[in-house]
Design a binder for this molecule. Structure first.
Ligand code: GLU
Length: 527
């Protein structure tokens, strides 16, 4: 996932601080990085494929400025090359961009003389902004004219060499926030965990933010709307920020993945506490009126939804479907007052899930959100009784561990809350089971297991039946994300319908069958 950090500083010290910001964004995954500064009416751009460290090595010691923008790119349009890394720049304008400009190709006709240097969709922004400035527009007007033309999703930060004290930020669907550091410097960032902020404003879709460093070094921010008059700023509410150390401390863990695995017992405990404090009651009140639940998500959140589907069917006796968010919209199913669409996302910013949610919202369907980030895009548009926080704390590792577990535990807590009135005995027994989980996970997390089998594996399949089938899918996803090995999850019974033909002496098969349930059947799969 890509990341943006931009800084307007009272002093000429942005380069190091931007590189530090990019380092804090590394946890999101990326393939190249870059930064641009403006000083003495000249634009300087540095980019490198690979780690932020590689970028640091190409920036001369003498480079510095009071204004700069920086980016970690996860290539979507155009290969992983230095030319395609962000900032994209034509020497006049420099732009960093998260998201996709869908009509980039069609808009090329508006800038016939542009000199194209790469293959990204982002480059069109650079040429359009430069064109509007050349046509006589002020920088903010040029950005506004540009965003009125583009279609797609974007968080953008831009600078222009003729406006040496100005950074402009724009948000449409991809998150972007502006924050004030303790010394009054201003940051723009796609992730408030990346920089220490005293106060911040989460931009809304359609917002333009203009950050200006004045001649006396004071820094001002004003907010506008895509469609509004640039002479009339709009008011925004500043929220209290949090220090980076609150997010980033590794403690005695070697990395975030291990740290977050170790935090899992507390995460489950928080779900148990929330259940006992009746936190899920308003949500369950809404469920009473429903006949069908659609659980929608991507990746790990989709797998959590699959597990939730089992529980809804088994314990609530309701119809339930679990859907992949990017496929949900193609189904065009009827929107009924009797159905509730539950969208699950760790970050609350998963684009495919937001799009599926917007489709439901646009058709008047009822929706609920389970997310770990209560100031996220998805959280902001959800009625409070249908918004459920996962309380897992910030998750930095690319592989979701504690947040996935929080999703699963939260779905179980919702089922238990539902059963409290209908089948208290079952509710009690499930609660007791759940209460033991923090201890059990704590025990397991003390040990590290290494399997020599994996080293020479040509492929790895995880098999499970019933509830363990979604876990097999999740296990395969984890392994792919963290090792880049070919892995897949299968329902136990499916192996014989094709995949068995691929088995050779280097295929590894992991069978998940920890309980009596389905044991015999899965044992026959093992044979
Ligand atoms: N449009 C961008 C590109 O591929 C997306 C990059 C990103 O979101 O990191 O250049």
């Amino acid at each position: 996932m890509c990341g943006i950090v931009a800084l307007a500083s009272k002093h000429g010290d942005v380069v190091d601080r931007l590189v530090t910001g990019l380092t804090a964004l590394e946890y999101r995954g990326y393939d190249s990085a870059g930064l641009s500064t403006v000083s003495s009416r000249a634009l300087h751009t540095y980019r490198a494929v690979g780690r932020v460290e590689n970028l640091r090595n190409v920036i001369p010691d003498s480079a510095d400025a009071s204004i700069g923008i920086a980016h970690t790119r996860w290539a979507v349009m155009g290969a992983v090359t230095e030319e395609n890394a962000h900032p994209q720049s034509d020497g006049e304008t420099a732009v960093v961009h998260n998201g996709i400009i869908e009509n980039a190709h069609e808009l090329k006709i508006l800038v016939p003389d542009a000199h194209w240097t790469g293959q990204t969709d982002t480059e069109i922004l650079v040429h359009l902004i430069s064109k509007f400035v050349t046509d006589g527009h002020d920088f903010a007007e040029a950005v506004q004219e540009t965003v009125r033309l583009i279609k797609g999703t974007y968080a953008i930060a831009a600078i222009h060499k003729n406006f040496p004290g100005t950074i402009i930020g724009v948000r449409h669907i991809n998150p972007l926030a502006v924050g004030i550091a303790q010394n009054g410097d201003l940051f723009l960032t796609s992730d408030i965990a990346a920089v220490p902020l005293d106060k911040f404003v989460d931009l809304d879709d359609g917002d333009i933010c203009v950050i200006k460093r004045c001649d006396n070094a004071n820094i001002q921010t004003s907010f506008f709307n895509f469609d509004g008059e640039l002479a009339i700023p709009c008011e925004k509410e500043w929220q209290e920020g949090r220090s980076v150390s609150e997010f980033c401390g590794l403690g005695d863990s070697p990395d975030f993945t291990i740290k977050e695995i170790r935090e899992q017992p507390q995460v489950i405990q928080k779900c148990v506490d929330a259940l006992q404090n009746g936190i899920y009651a308003p949500f369950v009140e809404c469920l009473q009126t429903k006949e069908l639940l659609n659980l929608v998500g991507c990746g790990s959140s989709f797998h959590a939804g699959l597990i939730g589907k089992y529980w809804v069917r088994k314990y609530l006796g309701m119809f339930a479907c679990s859907e992949i968010a990017s496929e949900f919209k193609f189904e065009n199913g009827p929107i009924s007052k009797k159905s509730l669409n539950i969208f699950i996302s760790q970050s609350g910013e998963t684009l495919d899930t937001i799009r599926a949610l917007e489709d439901v919202r646009g058709s008047g369907g009822e929706f609920a959100v389970l997310t770990n980030v209560l100031h996220s895009t998805m959280a902001k548009i959800t009625p409070s009784n249908l918004l459920v926080g996962l309380n897992a704390g910030p998750e930095f590792s690319v592989v979701s561990t504690k947040a996935f577990l929080a999703q699963v535990a939260t779905l179980l807590c919702i089922a238990i809350q539902y059963l409290n009135a209908r089948n208290p005995k079952l509710a009690d027994s499930l609660t007791q089971d759940l209460e033991r989980v923090p201890y059990l996970i704590g025990e397991i997390a003390q040990h590290e297991y290494t399997s020599p089998l994996l080293q020479d594996a040509s492929s790895i399949s995880f098999l499970g039946r019933g509830l363990f089938y979604p876990l097999a899918l999740e296990a395969a996803l984890k392994l792919k994300e963290i090792t880049y090995l070919q892995a897949e999850g299968l329902p136990g019974g499916e192996m014989k319908h094709g995949d068995i033909g691929l088995i050779d002496s280097r295929s590894v098969c992991v069978v998940i069958a920890p309980t009596k349930a389905h044991f015999r059947k899965i044992a026959s799969n093992v044979h």
